[in-house]
Ligand binder design. Structure first.
Ligand code: ADP
Length: 519
């Protein structure tokens, strides 16, 4: 590493060391190489272009779509004594004029603009007459139709650069790592033989785990009970689920708030602040919560539902353990989550090609939940980051926090009972029959005369239901859902019933609260 940049980091920003990848990216830019930096949100992209901007002569232009954040960035730089300014559509004409005049006098080292500004003739003429050493393009995935945030104005960047009297170094940054988006960035921004760095996705202090077939609400309350005093975020897929889980936890007396887009602004703001300032310990939220939130002591993030793709999952889970201390990221998976996501993709207005891309990402997310590989490695591979180690030693799979259990006999009992009940009833009633419950409905329906009545009497009903959840997650049975949910057998159950195949399940021992227990 170049020691000049190390001392410049300390001198300008007060940091003692670089975050992963920063020094490589900075070296590359200073060597005049076009560079593509792929780093997660919070990975420290800004310094990757701010430091070269300070170490090179002339002006550095930063193109960013995040108008709301520009002003903050500029204020922060000014406070550090760095001359920076921004130009965006929310500014008044007088302000813009003043900024342009000062820029023309070589007053700034760093100028932030929204991409739309490049269409302005006055601005373009000004820039053509200034020594520009670097153009940094933030949120570069906006140039790709495959990204989640396409901006047509990004397509104007490459021709605009090509028209400059001399070509500065171009550096592009994004947190989106899919190959398609990466290819588009290089092609559409016309990066010239760029150095590519994928970096900083590894978070060694996160303990990743995925639990299948658990009763989610019960799991969450047990987890909270065994982690008192700790701050945590629980993400759920819909407003309805957030409300239901919130009501449940609130009624049990937990220190909990909620956050979703259906609530009014004041209420959301208040709940967010209560959580940030430790007034409430837990927040139940949709994915609307968390953007730009920097709370360092979040000790766990539990996903009540599986998100659509790993980009979303890792970004949300990554809000845990910002302080570098151990934190848990637990994903509770149920087959119903897949149905929701498929429904959303199918009913979106995406064209067929993009739908198929979304299905592929969804499949990687599902595979993560079923994987027995190191989960950290799985994620790093997905994002394209190379890592020499092949296991993290910290996730549930590395820690072997699971046991393989043979539940063939239990499964056969459950399947036979379902068949004898004509596959017309829900989990609780089938479990009641297996337990040998004297429930009125069971007796009225004459199910006490079935040969399967009471054949699991040694277990209690919730434990039998937990087993059913597990069989559902492993796709032996299917829950119709809806107002009157009914469980049905899937083809995979046939060979088990006929004694031709065994049912071996991996039961995760997620931190301190084991999966299906009988209590
Ligand atoms: P990104 O744009 O990638 O989301 P930022 O550039 O905003 O991330 O940086 C995220 C946080 O990390 C900021 O609070 C920033 O001050 C901090 N940061 C960046 N580089 C370093 C470093 N080398 N040492 C310590 N903190 C850093």
């Amino acid at each position: 590493m170049n020691y000049d940049i190390q001392s410049a980091l300390k001198r300008y920003f007060g940091y003692n060391s670089f975050k992963t990848g920063q020094s490589d990216i900075i070296d590359s830019i200073l060597a005049g190489q076009d560079t593509l930096g792929i780093m997660p949100t919070g990975g420290g992209k800004s310094i990757c272009y701010q430091l070269p901007a300070l170490l090179q002569p002339g002006l550095s232009l930063v193109i960013s779509p995040l108008i709301a954040l520009m002003k903050d960035q500029v204020d922060a730089l000014n406070e550090l004594g760095i001359t920076a300014a921004c130009l965006n559509s929310s500014m008044e004409a007088g302000e813009v004029r003043r900024c342009l005049v000062e820029a023309s006098q070589g007053h700034y080292k760093i100028l932030y603009v929204a991409p739309e500004r490049l269409a302005s003739e006055v601005f373009t003429n000004l820039l053509r007459n200034l020594p520009v050493s670097l153009i940094a393009i933030d949120e570069a995935h906006c140039v790709s139709q495959w990204g989640h945030d396409f901006r047509p104005s990004y397509l104007q960047i490459a021709p605009w650069i090509a028209d400059l009297p001399s070509r500065p170094t171009v550096a592009a940054f994004t947190a989106t790592a899919t190959q398609q988006v990466r290819d588009d960035i290089i092609k559409l921004l016309k990066l010239s033989n760029p150095d590519i760095y994928v970096t900083g996705f590894k978070r060694e202090n996160l303990h990743l785990s995925a639990a299948k077939g658990v009763d989610k609400t019960k799991f969450i309350t047990r987890y909270i009970d065994t982690h008192p005093e700790q701050a945590g975020i629980i993400y759920a897929a819909t407003r309805k689920e957030v409300d239901a889980l919130y009501e449940h936890l609130h009624s049990k007396g937990y220190s909990v708030g909620r956050y979703h887009a259906g609530m009014n602004h004041e209420e959301r703001q208040q709940n967010q602040e209560d959580f940030l300032f430790d007034e409430t310990r837990i927040i139940v939220a949709t994915n609307a919560f968390g953007l730009g939130i920097d709370k360092s002591n979040v000790r766990y993030v539990i996903h009540h539902n599986m998100p659509r793709h790993l980009e979303a999952y890792y970004q949300e889970a990554g809000r845990a353990g910002r302080d570098g201390e151990q934190a848990d990221c637990i994903l509770l998976y149920a087959p119903g989550d897949v149905q929701i996501q498929k429904y959303l993709i199918e009913n979106s207005d995406l064209d067929e090609a993009r739908k198929s891309g979304e299905y592929k990402k969804l499949q990687s997310m599902i595979d993560y939940c079923h994987s027995s590989r190191c989960l950290q490695q799985y994620i790093l591979n997905y994002f394209g980051e190379e890592d020499a180690a092949n296991h993290c030693g910290n996730c549930a799979n590395c820690g072997q926090e699971y046991e393989v259990r043979d539940i063939t006999i239990e499964a056969q009992k459950i399947f036979s009972c379902m068949l004898r009940m004509q596959e017309q009833y829900g989990m609780n009633l089938v479990a009641g029959v297996l337990k040998g419950s004297k429930n009125k409905r069971i007796l009225n329906l004459g199910f006490d005369r079935l040969s399967t009545y009471g054949i699991m009497s040694e277990m209690n009903i919730p434990a039998i239901v937990d087993l059913m959840h597990l069989l559902e997650a492993e796709e032996y049975i299917y829950n119709t859902g809806g107002q009157y949910p009914v469980i049905r057998l899937l083809p995979k159950a046939n060979p088990v019933l006929r004694g031709k195949e065994r049912v071996l399940v991996k039961m995760p021992r997620v931190p301190e609260t084991a999966a299906p227990q009988s209590d």
